[in-house]
Design a protein around this ligand. Structure first.
Ligand SMILES: [Zn+2]
Length: 142
């Protein structure tokens, strides 16, 4: 095998890997965007947001009394578990219910694993996010 041939394979592999990553993220974002179309929100107040979170939590068998819903412009939308409670933060009132369902699926499947330790970003990126997106958008539980 000549030097040029090895370089050719490396360049081809790099482009294939790059294409795969870009396709993956486009697909993930497309599913999340589809959620906005499928489940548009008419939530206008914090109180309604809390009620929808409680309603959707009960559908998943999660006790809504363990979830603290926060609206904070300075935080990103997400959920984490601290001291046995789930802190669900929204930057603003969600435009679609799939965002709420997505975060609740993290509560169901992922938050307990990372309560007292650092998040494993590979797990989060390739298992937790697609799984929560599938539930948020299509209601598929895996
Ligand atoms: Zn997520």
């Amino acid at each position: 095998m000549e030097k040029f041939e090895i370089l050719n394979y490396m360049v081809g592999g790099f482009f294939l890997l790059s294409f795969s990553f870009v396709s993956y993220f486009i697909g993930l974002n497309a599913c999340q965007y589809l959620g906005r179309i499928l489940y548009p929100s008419r939530i206008v107040s914090y109180r309604e947001l809390e009620d929808i979170v409680a309603f959707e939590a009960l559908k998943l068998g999660i006790n809504p009394k363990n979830i603290d819903v926060k609206l904070n412009e300075n935080e990103i939308t997400g959920v984490k578990k601290t001291k046995g409670r789930y802190d669900m933060s929204f930057r603003n009132i969600p435009k679609d219910i799939s965002v709420i369902r997505h975060e609740l699926y993290h509560v169901l499947k992922d938050c307990d694993k990372f309560e007292d330790r650092k998040i494993d970003y590979l797990y989060f990126l390739f298992i937790a996010e697609p799984r929560a997106t599938l539930y948020g958008t299509f209601g598929i539980k895996i």
